[in-house]
Design a protein around this ligand. Structure first.
Ligand code: CTP
Length: 398
């Protein structure tokens, strides 16, 4: 870590790595130790902590630490550290480690908005990205002091999740979505009848969030349009919160204009009440039940697939299906793929309420070209990785 106030958050990140069985060497800069002292890092990592190349020289730590790492995470990465890394300076143990690392390197910048937006920092970030590093976008929110803006260190749990996704790909150095813009929708929309009641659905948003996180871990610039979720913002992802299907459509369509891919993992409400009551609807005196008239919402996925924002965009939909007397899950899915006009359709069998809110998922990814990829029961991140594998294949051909 480098010398930013967010160094205190790196303590939790370190704990998450060590508690999940990873072997972690902490390499702080001198400035980082002004914020959190060496004893804290030594106690949490179970190893001695050095900032300079002059300690334990016989073990050649300035080369060994970088060479032997499976992953380097710089959190927080200050503007100064990014500048040094971009220019290949090596005046302490951390910058030496960065020069010798052959593994993926993740920078989690944290600084004031002005520093992040400064042309020098922007150029350094661009250089590091060009050279294959994963520099994640800082989060927005409260900064040190009274100001707010872009520049916060993402939540440690989310940096950890991103790092885990990266490691799960076998340390594939290639960030195959680098330079790509992707849009993911997640969650379930709500259509309000009155100020307190709504029509909604059981979508948890977990699959969409896993898609956003894994895309960021593969280098993409990600916009996550999230409907009524309470999940923490994934590290490095721009999150846009929406409530209704109309808002979801507006945000997804706007972000898709310049996107390489859009994945509709959200469950938009298909219908909305035809009218909205400004005050709470009361029970009728005579005990009669109200009749609620519904209006059909636009199909966002079909709209994007049929009227493409630009010809190169890859459009991915989800289908939650159950088999019935008219056909199997796959029969319905193929029909839906054709009707919606998307490039890929991720099919979940939801017979018996499976999938909703669960940590695990199994699915089949159908392609417009007739292809079919079965993804066995596993984490939603694992399914997300397969979906991005298919998307990158399609993008390669465009
Ligand atoms: N979807 C959408 N806009 C809607 C409804 C659904 O973009 N108004 C997208 C979902 O995000 C998902 C896909 O369409 O990617 C499948 O949605 P689903 O509700 O299963 O499809 P429907 O067309 O509603 O078909 P069904 O008649 O089976 O409900």
């Amino acid at each position: 870590m480098s010398g930013g106030i967010a160094a205190y958050k790196a303590c939790e990140l370190l704990r998450r790595f060590t508690e999940s069985g990873h072997d972690v060497t902490v390499v702080p800069t001198r400035a980082a130790l002004e914020f959190v002292g060496a004893p804290t890092w030594a106690a949490l990592s179970g190893k001695p902590v050095h900032t300079e190349v002059w300690d334990d020289v016989h073990q050649v730590p300035h080369v060994r630490i970088g060479q032997s790492a499976d992953l380097v995470v710089v959190a927080p990465a200050t503007a100064d550290l990014l500048a040094k890394a971009a220019h290949g300076l090596a005046d302490d143990l951390l910058t030496n480690t960065l020069l010798t690392a052959r593994c993926p390197v993740v920078y989690a910048p944290a600084m004031h908005t002005e520093m992040w937006e400064n042309a020098a920092t922007a150029a350094n970030v661009a250089t590091l990205r060009e050279r294959g590093a994963l520099v994640i976008e800082p989060a927005e929110g409260r900064l040190t002091g009274v100001d707010t803006g872009k520049g916060r260190l993402p939540e440690p749990a989310e940096i950890f999740a991103l790092a885990t996704d990266l490691l799960a790909r076998g340390g594939a150095r290639e960030l195959d979505l680098a330079g790509r813009r992707v849009v993911v929708s997640a969650g379930g929309t709500r259509e309000y009848l009155d100020p307190v009641r709504f029509l909604g659905n059981r979508s948890s948003g977990l699959q969409g969030y896993a898609l956003a996180r894994t895309a960021a871990a593969r280098g993409a610039e990600v916009t996550l349009v999230a409907a009524n979720t309470t999940l923490p913002d994934p590290a490095g992802v721009k999150v846009v919160k929406v409530v209704t299907t109309a808002e979801l459509q507006e945000q997804v369509v706007a972000a898709s204009a310049t996107a390489d891919a859009v994945v509709m993992a959200a469950a938009p409400a298909d219908f909305r009440p035809s009218s909205y009551a400004d005050s709470k609807i009361k029970k009728a005196e005579d005990g009669s039940s109200p009749t609620i008239e519904l209006t059909q919402n636009p199909d966002i996925l079909a709209g994007l697939a049929h009227e493409r924002p630009h010809p190169g965009i890859v459009v991915v939909g989800f289908a939650a299906e159950t088999g019935d007397q008219n056909g199997t899950v796959m029969d319905h899915a193929r029909t839906k793929l054709a009707r919606k006009g998307c490039d890929l359709l991720v099919v979940n069998d939801v017979g018996g309420g499976k999938v909703f809110g669960e940590e695990h998922n199994e699915a089949v990814v159908l392609g417009k070209d007739g292809s079919s990829t079965s993804v066995p029961r596993g984490s939603k991140s694992a399914l997300a990785q397969v979906i991005w594998d298919r998307v990158t294949e399609l993008l390669r051909d465009r």
